[in-house]
Design a protein around this ligand. Structure first.
Ligand code: HMG
Ligand code: MG
Length: 298
């Protein structure tokens, strides 16, 4: 089984740029988002309303959204960890946000200065107030497969936290392999366990980092299990500043190449996307790690 169409949730401007050492000016970020939209991507995670002390790379979130000409038909979700972040996102005119939880205690502490239970105290008022304001809420769950401090993560734990995040009222849950260690069998096992717990694939997305080169294989496994929303970042940018050993996300170009070969629709112009990623790589001063970008930009 394969879906007819996949929604690509492009996270380059957020997951990608949150981790870059070279500070990219706000003008270049806006141009990046605009070029991604022109290439046909319709969901662009734009930035995060997190503490600027924690993620200085995205401290320009207000300026970015004020300068961005939002295109019709394109969604621009933003990350929000707490009520302070929600206030900022609402003031910036956002209509879609994402909260981000952890399946493990160590990462909840390192990424949110909280605990697995404590993070729900942060999220509950955020989701309630967002829904009241007509804002849609996605949830991420990090460390669904392996954690650099705790090792392999228990499937039952992931299922429990997943249920709690969806029960808050989130329309979708994105399962994160934050450090890119998962393999296809684990993906199938987790999706199977979630299904048994009443969480169907229509409420799920996958978010693979590519540290061990497994992101594309894991994506195919998830598609075959019924998932039809896939997170990726243009050129394979990305990582998490609070998870050692996390590298870039699945590259959007690699995903598009796979989907084209499978005959699955996605709506993206691959040439326009590759030229966007090579343009950005020049600005960041390092080549894209994506094999497809390298092959097509020779
Ligand atoms: P804290 O230090 O416990 O919170 O951080 P606090 O309430 O004590 O606040 C500390 C300071 O930050 C205060 O300022 C607050 O006002 C300010 P001060 O009084 O010291 O001047 N502050 C804020 N400022 C602006 N916007 C806000 C905000 N909140 C507090 N929203 C907190 C707790 C949650 C804020 C912090 O831990 C944080 O910002 N964490 C975000 C970390 C992050 O962005 N990580 C990367 C994204 S997650 C990811 O990449 C994984 C994902 O891709 C999926 C996957 O791969 O698995 C999604
Ligand atoms: Mg990520």
């Amino acid at each position: 089984w394969l879906p007819d169409r996949v929604t690509i949730w492009e996270v380059g401007a957020r997951d990608g740029l949150q981790n870059e050492q070279v500070a990219l000016g706000v003008e270049a970020k806006i141009e990046f988002l605009d070029r991604l939209a022109a290439a046909g991507l319709t969901v662009l995670e734009a930035t995060s309303f997190v503490s600027p002390k924690w993620v200085p790379q995205l401290a320009d979130a207000e300026e970015l959204l004020a300068g961005l000409a939002r295109r019709p038909g394109v969604r621009y979700p933003v990350l929000v960890p707490n009520e302070r972040g929600l206030d900022r996102a609402l003031a910036a005119g956002c209509t879609e946000i994402a909260i981000f939880g952890s399946a493990t205690e160590t990462f909840a502490r390192r990424n949110l200065n909280s605990t697995v239970d404590g993070q729900f105290e942060l999220f509950e008022p955020v989701v309630r107030r967002a829904l009241d304001a007509g804002v849609e809420v996605r949830a991420y769950l990090s460390m669904c497969f392996g954690d650099p401090w705790e090792g392999v993560v228990d499937v039952e734990q992931v299922v429990r936290v997943s249920r709690r995040l969806l029960d808050l009222g989130c329309f979708q849950l994105s399962l994160g392999d934050t450090i890119g260690v998962a393999t296809a069998g684990q993906v199938e096992r987790l999706l199977g366990a979630l299904g048994e717990a009443g969480v169907g694939t229509e409420a799920l997305a996958v978010h693979f980092h590519d540290t061990y080169g497994q992101a594309l294989t894991n994506t195919l496994a998830a598609l075959r299990c019924g998932v039809s929303t896939v997170d990726s970042s243009a050129g394979g940018l990305g990582g998490c500043p609070y998870a050692e050993s996390a590298t870039g996300n699945l590259a959007t170009e690699d995903l598009v190449w796979l989907l084209d070969g499978l005959g699955v629709e996605h709506g993206v112009d691959l040439d326009a996307l590759v030229s966007t990623s090579t343009w950005l790589a020049e600005r960041l001063g390092r080549p894209s790690p994506s094999r497809v970008v390298r092959a097509l930009s020779k």
